[in-house]
Design a protein around this ligand. Structure first.
Ligand SMILES: Cc1cc2nc3c(=O)[nH]c(=O)nc-3n(C[C@H](O)[C@H](O)[C@H](O)COP(=O)(O)O)c2cc1C
Ligand code: SF4
Ligand code: SF4
Length: 379
């Protein structure tokens, strides 16, 4: 049986994520006990959100006093987080804490205390008025230079950083994703609201970070839609019940074991993100390939050379009877093609292994595209 590392290849905080299904935070609800009850079917969980300084703790009290929303309330976050993280220490769900803080130092203080025991998620998502007025949550989406400062403060402590955003709030989500990447974050956790796959693809095409896609994931179809447009993981909040988590966990394991690439993109001409360049032909015809290469700043010649060099010495180098003389240019297995399939049979290469090699090729292409970290956009 395949282990999680082989099956999904997702490493967060130096740990293999056993399934690309995450639990998203819900203030006053998602704590260690909530995660432990669901640990069999989640690979990653963000507990919280927890207010971590005086302005956000006051905001949490005000929100809870309003009566409509629950909050975790206390006067000192440290013993609370200590207890929660200790409960999660031996479970095989990668732990994250969702934090609401109003200054870089507030985040750094928590990271200094707990080090690499957790992923640190900056809550740039909460839109409750008292939290935004305190300078936390959605405030960061309107003031990206403050978000960048918070990310940098956490990264200085040597910890893994996730940023939870809500799509469609910042002036430009693409620029925001690049700024989050340039500041050193590791994960973008995006609540896509109603914007769906198109917005997700924009973010995927803007940065190489791990993407956790969120909002209304309650079926395998929706999960695959997210994964095929750039997500590495999907997260659930309101529907993070055992039945749904177990269903998604089991379906994605079956899919990965059959297909070979659990989050394979759609072909570029079918709306796929730039990872789909791995399935693209030579740049010889009028199709979305050539404008895409121009957008990512790669010449046609560089693209051709990159792919051919990357497959040298691998089974993808072969395929003289395919359209362009090598499997490097061949399509996804879901597109029927007898020439490719004949080649795979002749080479003794199972389709699943072909897709695994296409994933490796896509990783090489992505590292070339995102080779240069953008210079600070909001320092
Ligand atoms: C009651 C409740 C509390 C929430 N609290 C937080 C929070 O503290 N931090 C955060 O980043 N998101 C919070 N969220 C947002 C969820 O994590 C998630 O982004 C949103 O509910 C959409 O995902 P879903 O459709 O899977 O629920 C909360 C959502 C709900 C319903
Ligand atoms: S190169 Fe081929 S796969 Fe890529 S967009 Fe063009 S037609 Fe589609
Ligand atoms: S041989 Fe088939 S799979 Fe390969 S590029 Fe041509 S149509 Fe696509």
């Amino acid at each position: 049986m395949m282990d999680a590392g082989e099956r999904f290849g997702i490493i967060i905080n130096d740990r293999a994520v056993k399934t690309p299904v995450a639990i998203a935070s819900m203030a006053g609800i998602v704590d260690a006990a909530y995660v432990l009850e669901r640990q069999a079917h989640a690979g990653l969980a963000f507990i919280g959100g927890y207010a971590i300084d005086a302005p956000t703790m006051a905001a949490a009290k005000e929100i809870a006093a309003g009566g409509d929303r629950k909050e975790f309330l206390y006067d000192d976050p440290v013993p609370v987080l200590e207890k929660e993280l200790a409960s999660l220490a031996s479970c095989n769900v990668v732990a994250g804490i969702s934090l609401r803080g109003a200054s870089p130092e507030s985040f750094a203080t928590i990271a200094r205390k707990f080090g690499t025991k957790s992923v640190y998620e900056i809550d740039a998502h909460c839109r409750q008025a008292p939290m935004v007025a305190a300078g936390a949550g959605e405030y960061y989406l309107k003031n990206p230079e403050k978000l960048v400062a918070a990310i940098k403060a956490l990264k200085k402590e040597g910890v893994t950083v996730s940023v939870k955003i809500r799509a469609g709030v910042a002036a430009d989500d693409r620029a925001l994703a690049r700024a989050i990447w340039a500041a050193g974050a590791d994960i973008i956790h995006v609540d896509l609201m109603d914007s769906g796959a198109a917005k997700l693809r924009q973010i995927r095409n803007s940065c190489p970070l791990i993407i956790v896609a969120n909002n209304s994931i309650n079926s395998f179809e929706k999960m695959r839609d997210m994964l095929s447009h750039g997500a590495d993981i999907v997260s659930l909040a309101r529907q993070s019940d055992m039945k749904t988590l177990a269903m998604l966990d089991s379906e994605i394991k079956n899919y990965a074991d059959t297909d070979g690439w659990y989050n394979s993109p759609k072909q570029l001409c079918r709306g796929g993100d730039i990872r789909a360049l791995t399935f693209c032909c030579m740049p010889v015809k009028e199709c979305p390939l050539i404008p895409t290469l121009a957008k990512v700043g790669m010449t046609n010649e560089e693209y051709a050379k990159l792919k051919l060099n990357a497959v040298q010495g691998t089974p993808l180098a072969g395929g003289p009877h395919t359209c362009f003389g090598s499997l490097a240019w061949c399509c996804k297995t879901s597109s029927p093609c007898m020439f490719r399939d004949m080649t795979l049979t002749q080479e003794g290469l199972p389709k699943k292994e072909y897709m695994r090699l296409k994933r490796e090729l896509s990783e090489t292409i992505m590292s070339r595209i995102f080779h240069d970290v953008p210079s600070d956009q909001c320092s």
